[in-house]
Design a protein around this ligand. Structure first.
Ligand SMILES: N[C@@H](CCC[C@H](N)C(=O)O)C(=O)O
Length: 312
């Protein structure tokens, strides 16, 4: 970003109190705007997220009372407990439907700033991908991320692959599987940890076909054997839509588990839970089937408030 432009954008936010949060290294600038008065333009988001000229982050999260946003009011009408809306923006200023690490960081922000308390049945957070329920867990927070779905269900079921991903510096298109967790993901399996470590994710990988609104891309290596002591383990790196490579992506972790389980067939059925290692730490994933038959993905992991400050 141009330094003068960044300075001007930050000046326009003078006095804004913020927290710097992270969840397995996926980092966010989080602030309260209860009444939804702040114009969170893409330029302001880019300035806040700039790692040299701003605070630095993979995204910005604005805490708005649901009643003050059109999307929030719609959710509140069905779910009066969803008092706070997570307004999530990627570092490039684009809007994303959902953020699995962000929602844990957001819950931790609301609780640590005294903006809400943890109800016995869990904290209901309104997002553009619906209401998510966050609970305290042994490793920090767990989130019911809702049901998963294949983006191209027919191809996914018939061929277990539905798209191809070409990564910078590689002359091959690798087969992949596309999953929505409210936001879009394409998952690629790699044979071993060395290939995962060597990937060049400094440029946007090319995905064919590209989902209409772009996609996050996860590269996974399943443990060998996949399941030990009823825990399935995978390692993952991610290139996030609107950001670039990040140290972790919660929705990406869920999508990676869904794809790996699909590929593993019976071998994955023995797993009670999944442990996903990313450069920023480890998250847990498990599945829960609801009475209506829908299979929900439960994501768990830490959330940390690193620091707080005031702009200007
Ligand atoms: N890091 C997030 C996902 C953030 C949004 C993503 N970049 C998108 O555009 O969909 C996560 O933890 O899920």
């Amino acid at each position: 970003m141009d330094p003068q432009e960044a300075a001007a954008q930050l000046l326009s936010l003078t006095g804004l109190a913020f927290s710097k949060m992270h969840a397995t290294g996926n980092d966010f600038v989080v602030f309260e705007d209860a009444a939804g008065d702040r114009d969170l333009s893409p330029e302001r988001v880019r300035a806040l997220c700039d790692r040299h000229l701003g605070i630095g982050g993979d995204g910005v999260i604005r805490a708005v009372r649901s009643e003050h946003l059109v999307e929030g009011r719609e959710l509140l009408a069905q779910d009066p407990g969803a008092e706070w809306f997570m307004d999530y923006r990627n570092a490039d200023g684009s809007i994303a439907e959902m953020c699995g690490n962000g929602v844990r960081a957001y819950a931790h922000f609301l609780l640590s700033q005294g903006l809400t308390q943890m109800p016995a049945q869990g904290l209901r957070v309104a997002t553009r991908a619906g209401v998510k329920v966050v609970r305290s867990s042994g490793d920090g927070y767990s989130v019911d991320m809702g049901p998963w779905a294949f983006i191209y269900p027919e191809r996914a079921q018939a061929e277990a692959m539905d798209s191809a991903v070409t990564t910078q510096g590689e002359g091959i298109a690798r087969p992949s599987l596309s999953v929505t967790m409210g936001n879009p993901h394409t998952v690629v399996a790699l044979p071993d940890a060395a290939e995962l470590a060597e990937l060049d994710l400094t440029a946007q990988p090319v995905v064919e076909p590209l989902p209409a609104n772009g996609v996050n891309i996860e590269y996974v290596v399943p443990a060998e054997p996949l399941v030990q002591d009823r825990i399935a383990a995978i390692s993952m790196r991610v290139h996030e839509r609107g950001v670039g490579e990040t140290l972790s992506c919660g929705t990406g972790i869920c999508a990676a588990v869904v794809a790996t389980r699909h590929w593993a067939g019976n071998a994955g059925d023995a797993a009670q839970a999944w442990a996903v290692s990313v450069p920023g730490g480890v998250c847990g994933v498990r599945f829960e089937t609801r009475p209506d038959g829908a299979e929900h993905v439960i994501l768990s992991g830490p959330a940390v408030r690193v620091a707080g400050g005031v702009l200007g």
